[in-house]
Design a protein around this ligand. Sequence first.
Ligand SMILES: CC(C)(COP(=O)(O)OP(=O)(O)OC[C@H]1O[C@@H](n2cnc3c(N)ncnc32)[C@H](O)[C@@H]1OP(=O)(O)O)[C@@H](O)C(=O)NCCC(=O)NCCS
Length: 177
Amino acid sequence: MEINPSRITLRPYNLTDVDDLMLYAGDDQVTRHLRWNTLTSKDDALTFIKEVCIPHPWRRSICIDDRSIGFISVFPGSGEYMYKANIGYGVAPKYWGQGVATQALKIAVPQVFKDLPELVRLEAFVDIKNKASQRVLQKVGFQKEGLLRKYTFLKGRLIDFFVFSFLSTDFPPQCSS
Ligand SMILES: CC(C)(COP(=O)(O)OP(=O)(O)OC[C@H]1O[C@@H](n2cnc3c(N)ncnc32)[C@H](O)[C@@H]1OP(=O)(O)O)[C@@H](O)C(=O)NCCC(=O)NCCS
């Protein structure tokens, strides 16, 4: 059953998210699709919040009723690559299939383009086997652009990825009254 979208919010991380963070950053089912390794202790989680989440250029905690149950990260390019950024996300498995990631990305995408005024292209690279993530991107309005064969290593495996993008021009026109 879908979670009421009004309960889903995004906010920066706090040190008090440490226990909630372990629900997803401490779960191999989530991190196997991500570049970073599964956190194994509360100390690791605290360090991760201090050294990765808080200083990050654009990382938000996905919250239900203000409790952290997932994350969205956006890595903007620098210099001449400021026009593009890469998006990644994850949700604690107990909340999968309830519309959380879809609603969180629907909130995040316009906010990212607002916060990064140089941004033209937001892109996502998804393991071809990761059907849930592809479905989320499709529901949020990303375009599937193509297949990148044996594109990069992820957790020691050389993987085929689909690349998706959302452009600044993909927003529906604003109604004027
Ligand atoms: C990908 C992920 C964030 C999705 O989160 P979520 O909150 O469950 O996503 P939603 O509920 O909003 O949507 C999931 C959609 O995928 C569909 N789905 C799930 N598993 C699927 C599968 N094996 N095949 C096809 N569709 C699938 C769901 O049915 C749903 O679509 P629907 O609304 O049309 O029914 C979550 O699975 C996750 O954290 N995975 C591990 C980390 C990860 O893969 N991150 C992305 C890296 S690119």
